[in-house]
Design a protein around this ligand. Sequence first.
Ligand SMILES: [Fe+2]
Length: 292
Amino acid sequence: MCSVLTRVRPIHRAVALSLRLGANTEGSSYAATQSRRLSPGKNSVLDLQRNSRFYCSRIAKTEGLLVRQLFEVESSTYTYLLADTNTREAIIIDPVLETIDRDLHLVEELGLKLLLAVNTHCHADHITSSGLMKKRIAGLKSAISKFSGASADILLSEGDKICFGKHYLTVRETPGHTDGCTTLVSADESMAFTGDALLIRGCGRTDFQQVNQWGSKLKLYHKHVPTCNTDWMCFCESGQTVSTVGEERKYNPRLIKSKYEFVELMNSLNLPKPDKIDIAVPANLVCGLHGL
Ligand SMILES: [Fe+2]
């Protein structure tokens, strides 16, 4: 049995998509998110997303692996709780400060032992709850990419394995939206949690949090477009919560573009600055709470 984190040989097969979930001001679906805020109740799918607890409909393929998808309304962030149903060891991905009570209540209801709170990247649209969770759960560790610039108990690198019970997620570095973006891939490669790097029918914006914007776009493009494994599943946003890599390769308007078309498109988005970026990023550099 492995500890929470083990280092393994880097896996050179690039990862590509995964799941995220969250249409937000950082991602490609800003317009949809704004529309949702301005026109509540207009769309039944979006209404569903307003539920404080929004579970993923997909059942994990791996026996003994519990997967719960949770949703935070204001930032449209998806949080994932994964656990080994035998040992009860669990991890949480991208927890949000506003929903910490809901998330920890669910952990308690399910009788889980939360080992790790991991952030796929340093978020700009919400404050992570990982720091506050550490104060409320003895022994809980935090983790984020070593390239994020943020502090955490564990700094992740390509190929690291995040273990809980007999299960694990493999860390794949997928920069572009931010330098420290990671995608977390299940052992059977049936699930990948992409954060904002890749969204259903979109991808995260590449015009902030990095100095070299041209480089960021190319990093995102090269990490995702040519190397998608068609078997992988994606759990994302834009009204949908699950997709496959094959489906995204066919229908994602960004993945079907050439490198130069992709860069041109990303340069023309002209997205507004995320509402919380000046608060969220500094806070998330220290696990979500200043001074931790
Ligand atoms: Fe983001």
